[in-house]
Design a protein around this ligand. Structure first.
Ligand SMILES: C[S@@+](CC[C@H](N)C(=O)[O-])C[C@H]1O[C@@H](n2cnc3c(N)ncnc32)[C@H](O)[C@@H]1O
Length: 209
């Protein structure tokens, strides 16, 4: 039998893990080409790969995870798309279909509207980084090579992790995060791709909880 969508796993979800990915020039509208996510999407390819890393495991969805994609490129920036592991539907491991899901969600948004559900488990909201960082979702961390070793942190309760795209986190955003009390945590000395950093965070937390 062919499954329509990936089943939800982790019935006892435990603390919430939230990832905020800053798409420094990612389109904040549906006006991008699915076969040219890199250029027409403003590196939307990175954000699409983050969907798989944040929300999917082999054979299921991480129910305990929220992924906030902060779209700062042309369209209606700043726009935050929240993908919620508890209720999202139709995720697949392949990039093309998840990009299509994002595009449909962006296309369903009413221009100028406030927060609205644009697909099952996907909310769009006109929010900037500060608004996202100030949401009460447990401790706030920013992922950066120069931070304290993630393995030296005692993990308890909900946590939010902020990551940059290929351009990293610009100084203005770094200041905002500092103002919001973010602690920088490092995954080691190597500069990783954003989606790989997410996978490692999940893995470290999977092993400690
Ligand atoms: C491709 S990297 C950005 C590289 C960019 N040249 C820079 O200097 O930040 C994307 C994001 O992954 C996270 N990241 C990459 N390597 C990391 C590491 N070793 N420890 C913690 N976070 C890391 C950071 O949030 C970074 O902004």
């Amino acid at each position: 039998m062919v499954r329509e969508s990936t089943p939800i796993v982790f019935e006892e979800p435990g603390p919430t893990r939230r990832f905020v990915v800053i798409g420094s020039r990612a389109k904040s509208s549906a006006a991008f080409k699915l076969h040219a996510l890199w250029d027409s999407g403003g590196r939307m390819d990175i954000l699409v790969r983050c969907i798989r890393a944040a929300l999917l495991v082999s054979g299921g969805v991480r129910r305990n995870t929220l992924l906030d994609l902060l779209l700062l490129g042309p369209g209606e920036a700043p726009l935050a798309l929240r993908l919620d592991g508890r209720s999202i539907r139709g995720l697949r491991p392949d990039e093309y279909r998840n990009a299509r899901l994002l595009q449909h969600a962006l296309g369903a948004r009413h221009p100028g509207a406030g927060p609205e559900m644009v697909a099952a488990g996907i909310q769009a909201a006109p929010m900037d980084l500060e608004a996202l960082a100030r949401e009460p979702r447990g401790n706030l961390f920013v992922l950066g090579r120069e931070g304290i070793d993630m393995r030296s942190v005692c993990w308890q309760g909900d946590a939010t992790f902020v990551l940059g795209d290929d351009r990293g986190i610009d100084p203005d955003h770094a200041k905002v995060l500092e103002r919001c009390g973010a602690v920088t945590v490092s995954l080691g000395p190597v500069d990783l791709h954003t989606e790989d950093a997410i996978t490692i965070v999940h893995n470290e937390l999977d092993r400690t909880s």
